[in-house]
Every structure is written in C-alpha cells, then in structure tokens.
Write a protein that binds this ligand. Structure first.
Ligand SMILES: Nc1ncnc2c1ncn2[C@@H]1O[C@H](COP(=O)(O)OP(=O)(O)OP(=O)(O)O)[C@@H](O)[C@H]1O
Length: 253
C-alpha cells in the first residue's frame, strides 16, 4: 500500500500550489573572509494545511531556514516564495506584509508578563485593522478557552506555569487565523506531558483553521503530529532512512 504521507503530499501537489516554496535557496552569514554558507541548495515546497516538522542535528540550519520561511530574515540567493510573495530582494514593506499573515511560536513564550493572558492575546489582534471593529476581547477569551485556559483568562502571564504560558503563546499566534504558523522548539522548556499537550493543542487548532504549520524540534516525542518530516544535515535537506521508514524515535535516542 502506498505511504499515506507520500500519497497526501502527491495529491496536494497536484491539486494546490505550495504556500511556501524554496528553490535552490542558499544562505550565508558574515562577509569577506568570514563569510560562511549556512544553507545549500534548499528545495522545499510546503502545502496549505500541512503540518511539517523540520528536524536534524544542532547547527544544521533549521532555525536559519525557519526564519527565512517566516520572512524574519532576508533571502539572499535562489528563490523563496511565501504566500505568492518572492522574498529574494523583497523590500521591508513586502516582508512586513508577509509577516502579518504568519503566527510565530518560540521556545521562550515571549509573553509580556505584566499583562494578563487575554491582554497578551488581544495584542496580536490589535495589529490587524480588520479585527479592530470586532469584539477582540471576546475573541481572545474564546481562543484561550479553546486551549484549555478558560479559567485563566485574567491571570497575569507571570502567574502561569510554563505549559500554560506556551498555550497562551499558541492562542496568541492563532487568534488572528494566520495562514501559516512557525514554531521553533515550542516544547523545549516543557516537561513531557505539557509538551505533548501543547503540540496537540496546536495541531487541533491549526487543523480546524486549515492553517499550515512549520515546526522545528529536537523533541522526538512529538514527531508523530506531523504530516511530513523533513530532515536537515550540514545546511542541506537530507534523506533520513530512519524517518522515511517510519521509525523516527530511533534517530535521536
Ligand atoms: N547570526 C549568525 N551569524 C553567523 N553564523 C550563524 C548565525 N546564525 C546561525 N549561524 C550559523 O549557521 C549554521 C546554522 O545555524 P542554525 O541556528 O540555523 O542551526 P540549527 O539547526 O537551528 O541549530 P540548533 O538546533 O542548535 O538551534 C550554524 O553553523 C551557525 O553557527
């Protein structure tokens, strides 16, 4: 029987065009003699609604690629299209326009600790003109309920546990219904159960909204939430037999 992930991806590639598409993408840090290539000839298409996990050893280029794919870093060489915008040589305004359609979740939750959970989520809606006329308090409270924090809406971020803070960060990233969510090591600071809860929450909300998730992780306990796993090594996308054989847990243990 054909591999389900492969079949899904194949169907998607026939029916839809990628929401993110990298073609022969290279990236360099430093200048002159210090210039060092961090990404080599990356070719990767990500389709609407997919959950893609990017994994691989430390220093292999995952965060560099994630930040490029999130419009947080200027693309230098090759082609990178995000939501129909070519990011190579894009100006600041074009990059900003792309970023407004993306939700971000980082290892550190980056909540403002002197604001409540609801106020933190609300801030994300305040950045979007289209929501200003709507009940943004109600929307913020609703999404906090959806991530299981209905009884913590008015708690200050400081008084929440690590897992609860990360759930607020998920609510903040998804409340504006972004087309893409990028997550960099979202479970790194969490214990096993909280980490699992957080990604399952993210998966559920994203599937409800038809949102695409690109997630970087070293955490092999969450690889199964992905529709597709891509593996990086030495700045290149690599085939990882352990992952394609459906035995992701073998690799890092
Ligand atoms: N701002 C920077 N300046 C110079 N070199 C950098 C910079 N950021 C990353 N690098 C280099 O680029 C390479 C890829 O780094 P990157 O952080 O993307 O890897 P990673 O796979 O995300 O690693 P980790 O899993 O440890 O976070 C590394 O060799 C790193 O030292």
């Amino acid at each position: 029987m054909p591999n389900q992930t492969f079949t899904t991806t194949l169907n998607q590639s026939i029916l839809t065009k990628p929401i993110i598409s990298a073609c022969n993408l290279n990236h360099y840090f430093g200048e002159g003699e210090l210039r060092k290539q961090a990404l080599f000839d990356i070719n990767l298409d990500i389709y609407p609604g997919e959950i893609v996990i990017m994994t691989g050893p430390s220093g292999s280029g995952k965060t560099t690629l994630l930040t490029l794919m999130g419009g947080l870093r200027s693309a230098q060489e090759g082609s990178l299209t995000i939501l129909d915008q070519q990011m190579c040589r894009a100006n600041q305004q074009q990059m900003m326009q792309v970023r407004r359609q993306i939700g971000y979740i980082f290892q550190a939750h980056n909540l403002l600790t002197f604001l409540t959970a609801k106020q933190n989520v609300r801030m994300s809606l305040e950045l979007h003109d289209e929501y200003l006329e709507q009940d943004i308090d109600g929307m913020s409270a609703d999404i906090l309920k959806a991530v299981g924090l209905g009884n913590r809406v008015d708690y200050y971020a400081d008084s929440l546990s690590g897992g609860q803070k990360q759930r607020v960060a998920i609510a903040r990233a998804l409340v504006s219904h972004p087309k893409i969510v990028l997550a960099d090591e979202p479970t790194a600071a969490l214990d096993k159960k909280s980490g699992r809860d957080v990604v399952e929450m993210m998966q559920k909300l994203a599937k409800q909204q038809g949102c695409t998730i690109l997630l970087v992780t070293h955490d092999n306990r969450i690889l199964d939430i992905a529709d597709r796993i891509v593996y990086m090594e030495d700045g290149r996308l690599a085939d990882n037999p352990a992952l394609t054989l459906g035995e992701p847990h073998r690799f890092f243990d």
